[in-house]
Design a protein around this ligand. Structure first.
Ligand SMILES: Nc1ncnc2c1ncn2[C@@H]1O[C@H](COP(=O)(O)OP(=O)(O)OP(=O)(O)O)[C@@H](O)[C@H]1O
Ligand SMILES: [Mg+2]
Length: 403
């Protein structure tokens, strides 16, 4: 039976409504590399787990989360560790010239986290001075394997962005991108695929680095919010599993309140409704849902669920872009929508005489790709991409005055 999960990737029966998408990714991986594009919390990692848990053809997955990695030697160390932990693939890394037998046996064993950390650092330091050769030796061995091996590189853009942000590693970020590309097009490597996913727009990161063509051999597949029918189906199943009686109008109100049916948002509103019912045992009516939404979903209880939208502007946008974006988002939250030329005026106010239309257009595209806003072509105006996000912004940042 499905569980109401708010936060961690969902697996097994909890993974709902994405079978057609998983099938598409799986088919594309037969012939090439895939870039799984979607904003934060849309269900990317869950899709990856589905591809691991229920493969549709004969492949083996090496799943690596690169969120906290910041150099190529760490990446290679991480991949070696993952390969070593897989019974069927461990033989690939067993004979690597730079992994002493003693080190290797550590990855296989059940060692204390601290010990493992030291081993990891040791291997990384060994690889660092010649990471390209070390990586080549590794991938030569991977290429000799009989089966297709797919590397899932979750949060790959975050790693590249972290490297690009530091002057010392910026050049290395470019080298890594080019090196990976050379690997992918190498005629000797036929049984290797990559699936990369990220919660920050990779386009943004690569453009900043001047490397926008470095992954143009990837097929980009966009993970959208749920279609309305699937969204309604998820609420029905969750209610059934919790034995919670919700009338049709109540369910409809839940979906109307969140607007764009992002699976995470559905899980959040359901969780808040179920908690309210558990607290007071009162019948959940549409009116009650309105209150739950206002006081809990938009309230301090759930603030952290959406904080990343605000924080990410500081982390991934340049300071003047962050300021201009916050100014415009506040305006969208208060007024609903704003014509593009009016947005440019706000942008100019913040950026001053250096304001440039190309930069402005790029900023708006990044905000669109990162799921903050959408563009209405007929009205030539921008607005929040999602009602919930607008309501949340208005509640927490609508009054802000200091720029
Ligand atoms: N297929 C699904 N069925 C039900 N709920 C889902 C599904 N996909 C995502 N969710 C909801 O979204 C949450 C986040 O899922 P997941 O970690 O897969 O997203 P993500 O895109 O990888 O997020 P992040 O960008 O933060 O890494 C889950 O905890 C769950 O509440
Ligand atoms: Mg994820």
């Amino acid at each position: 039976m499905i569980e109401n999960r708010v936060g961690p990737p969902v697996r097994g029966e909890d993974f709902y409504g994405r079978e057609a998408f998983v099938e598409l990714v799986s088919e594309k991986l037969k012939v090439g590399h895939v870039l799984l594009a979607a904003p934060r919390r849309f269900g990317k990692t869950s899709v990856m787990y589905r591809l691991i848990d229920a493969p549709r053809w004969n492949y083996r997955v090496v799943h690596a989360d690169l969120q906290y990695l910041s150099e190529p030697a760490e990446l290679i160390t991480h991949l070696i560790e993952k390969l070593a932990a897989d019974d069927r693939l461990s033989k690939i890394v067993k004979g690597l010239s730079y992994v002493p037998k003693k080190l290797w046996s550590f990855f296989k064993g059940n060692f204390e986290e601290l010990e493992l950390l030291q081993i990891r650092l040791k291997l990384r330091d060994r690889i660092r001075p010649q990471w390209q050769q070390s990586g080549e030796e590794l991938f030569k061995r991977v290429a000799a394997a009989e089966e297709t091996i797919i590397f899932f590189l979750d949060e790959f853009p975050m790693m590249i962005d972290a490297m690009a942000g530091e002057e010392a590693s910026r050049k290395e970020a470019k080298t890594l991108l080019r090196w990976l590309r050379a690997l992918r097009v190498s005629p000797e490597i036929k049984n290797v695929r990559f699936l990369i996913a990220g919660s920050i727009g990779i386009g943004h990161v690569l453009t900043e680095l001047g490397e926008s063509s470095s992954i143009n051999d990837f097929e980009q597949l966009r993970l959208d919010p749920f279609p309305p029918k699937i969204a309604a189906g998820l609420i029905d199943l969750l209610a059934e599993a919790k034995n919670l009686s919700l009338s049709k109008p109540t369910r409809k109100r839940m979906l109307n309140l969140i607007g764009t049916p992002v699976p995470y948002f559905i899980q959040i509103i359901f969780s808040e409704v179920a908690k309210a019912y558990a607290r007071d045992g009162e019948q959940v009516t549409p009116k009650k849902v309105d209150r739950i939404y206002r006081d809990h979903v938009l309230g301090v209880d759930c603030k952290t669920y959406f904080d990343h939208y605000y924080g990410r502007l500081r982390d991934y946008y340049r300071p003047h872009e962050e300021k201009a974006a916050k100014r415009m988002l506040r305006e969208f939250a208060v007024s609903g929508s704003l014509r593009r030329d009016a947005c440019f005026q706000f942008y100019k106010e913040i950026v001053g005489s250096a304001a440039d239309t190309d930069e402005f257009v790029r900023l708006m595209t990044d905000l669109e790709n990162d799921f903050y806003i959408r563009f209405d072509h007929d009205a030539r105006s921008y607005e929040f991409s999602c009602k919930l996000l607008r309501d949340w912004w208005l509640r927490h940042y609508g009054m802000e005055t200091g720029d």
